[in-house]
Design a binder for this molecule. Structure first.
Ligand code: AMP
Ligand code: ZN
Length: 136
């Protein structure tokens, strides 16, 4: 499989590794959006969060927790983000958590600023979606 993060996990290509366990790896993003932008990946190749085993998921988030204690020292405010699926903006189809130091000068704004045209949903629409989510 031609996966860039699997290659980093196998140390076939270089990365600035911050921390690792048997199941997860934290390293600096090669094209940082802010000083200290880092990524945490599962060592096993999973495409989406819902594919991750319980054990790997627990380990992944523990590595996020440990890494964010370092990254958060940069600005004292860190965005955690996971693009889960191509249409959500996921460019590398191997689960990864972004840790991006934020500041009032980065002009990235709150999550609502990413969606200039949110859908106008009626109470009925919301109820239908709610029932679907609850059932499945
Ligand atoms: P996403 O768009 O959420 O899939 O994020 C993929 C991230 O991987 C981007 O922030 C890229 O800058 C980063 N990236 C791509 N190639 C590398 C690499 N070789 N080493 C470290 N980070 C990378
Ligand atoms: Zn992979």
């Amino acid at each position: 499989m031609n996966c860039i993060f699997c290659k980093i996990v196998k140390k076939e290509i270089p990365a600035k590794i911050i921390f690792e366990t048997e199941k997860s790896l934290a390293f600096m993003d090669a094209f940082p959006l802010a000083k200290g932008h880092s990524l945490v990946v599962t060592k096993t190749h999973y495409e989406k969060v819902q594919d991750i085993s319980k054990e790997d998921n627990a380990d992944l988030f523990e590595t996020v927790r440990r890494t964010i204690s370092k990254v958060d020292k940069i600005t004292d405010a860190t965005l955690l983000a996971v693009h889960n699926g191509k249409q959500s903006g996921q460019e590398v189809p191997h689960v990864h958590v972004h840790l991006i130091p934020r500041s009032s000068e980065d002009s990235a704004g709150p999550v609502h600023s990413m969606f200039p045209n949110p859908p106008q949903l009626s109470d009925k629409d919301i109820q239908t979606i709610y029932e679907k989510l609850k059932e499945s």
